[in-house]
Structures are given as structure tokens and as C-alpha cells.
Design a protein around this ligand. Structure first.
Ligand code: GDP
Length: 195
């Protein structure tokens, strides 16, 4: 999967723009600044790949990447911007709902959580939406290099407790550092099994 060519397919702003659902896909969601672009870049081994999705104008799009012609990797817009105007937030929420409930080929959502901050109310909202859309989701803790072992273990326990309350949650939590490379191979292997 990741050995093949990874390419940017398109940015999508409406359901009508989605590419044909002709292969399995996984999506990545997380609060803005959680480290989503860095993680996607680390996973794909392309330094600048997901940067496009962080440039102004691109941030509200669902960005599609192709992994070796076999699987789509879907970068959902970051949520929880402090100053996002309400109409924009509502438009994005509506598209997200349609996407999550209407994409039959979506195999799993990865919900990124900053290992220093843990699960916030906006993350809970996304998880509730995933529950109601019956999309299996898996938590990925990011920036693991920024926390000490004790803090990390406390966070893992907190996340584990929260996940137990979500019907669509996959129990295994993936601890990652895009900076150090921790968990990247594990995450690649998980994605490779979801075909
Ligand atoms: P996004 O908004 O979720 O796409 O987040 P970015 O990938 O742009 O990362 C936000 C900030 O966190 C940037 O300053 C990154 O350099 C930093 N960052 C991302 N991942 C890591 C990581 O694994 N370790 C550390 N120490 N910093 C990270």
C-alpha cells in the first residue's frame, strides 16, 4: 500500500464531488493542530503531501489521497477552530454527517487525540457522530514524544475509559509520534488490513 505511489486526488466540498467508491478508504479526523498533517506525511513518507490541505481555502475540504491505486486515505478538515464562523462550521458539520453516513467503502475513521491534552468535548461530538453513523473508529494519540511515560499512561487510561462508552470505538489505541516515528509502522499495518 504505502510502498506504491501516494498521490493527491482531489479536495471535495460536497458529496457530489466524492471520487467513485471503487476501493476501500480510511479517514483521519482531529482538532486543528493535533498533528494530522504531520501524521499523514509520516505515514505516506511524503513531507509535503498533506501540507496542501492545511493551506487557507483547503482547510474546509475533504482531501483524498490515493495509496498505490488500492485504497483512499481521506483527510477530513480539522475541527474546533476557535474563531471559525458559525455558518462555516454548520456547513462542514452537514457535509461530515453526509460523508460518514453515506460512504459505504469507509472502513475506519482514525480520531487523532493530542497525547498531552486528551479527549475534549469536540472530540466527543465527533465520536458520537461516528457511533450514530456506525463507522468504526480508532483513537490515535499524537505527539507522544512530548509526554513523559507517567503522563502517557494516565492519558491512555483516560482514553480507554472514554472509548468504553462509545459503541463504534475499536478498543486498541495507537500511540504515535510523527517526529520520532513511533507507531507509524503500526498504523500503516492496521490500514493495510482494512481492505
Ligand atoms: P494539523 O493542524 O492537525 O494538521 O497539525 P500539524 O501536523 O500541522 O501539526 C501542528 C503542530 O504540531 C506543528 O507545529 C507540528 O510540527 C507539531 N507536531 C505534529 N506532530 C508532532 C509530533 O509527533 N511531535 C511533536 N513534538 N510535534 C508535532
Amino acid at each position: 500500500l504505502f510502498a506504491g505511489e501516494v498521490t493527491f486526488v482531489k479536495g471535495v466540498v460536497a458529496m457530489s464531488g466524492l471520487p467513485d467508491a471503487d476501493r476501500p478508504e480510511v479517514c483521519f479526523a482531529g482538532r486543528s493542530n493535533v498533528g494530522k498533517s504531520s501524521l499523514i506525511n509520516a505515514l505516506t513518507g511524503r513531507k509535503a503531501l498533506a501540507r496542501a490541505s492545511n493551506t487557507p481555502g483547503r482547510t474546509q475540504e475533504i482531501n483524498y489521497f490515493d495509496l498505490g491505486g488500492q485504497t483512499f486515505l481521506v483527510d477530513l478538515p480539522g475541527y474546533g477552530y476557535a474563531n471559525a464562523p458559525l455558518p462555516k462550521v454548520e456547513k462542514w458539520q452537514a457535509l461530515l454527517k453526509q460523508y460518514l453516513s453515506g460512504r459505504a467503502t469507509l472502513r475506519r475513521a482514525f480520531v487523532l487525540i493530542d497525547a498531552r491534552h486528551g479527549i475534549k468535548p469536540v472530540d466527543e461530538e465527533i465520536m458520537a457522530l461516528l457511533d450514530s453513523s456506525a463507522v468504526t473508529f480508532q483513537c490515535v494519540l499524537t505527539k507522544a514524544d512530548k509526554v513523559k511515560a507517567a503522563e502517557r499512561d494516565k492519558m491512555l487510561a483516560q482514553v480507554r475509559t472514554r472509548l468504553a462508552t462509545h459503541a463504534a470505538a475499536f478498543p486498541e489505541i495507537v500511540l504515535t509520534s510523527s517526529e520520532k516515528g513511533d507507531g507509524i509502522a503500526t498504523l500503516r499495518a492496521i490500514i493495510a488490513t482494512l481492505e
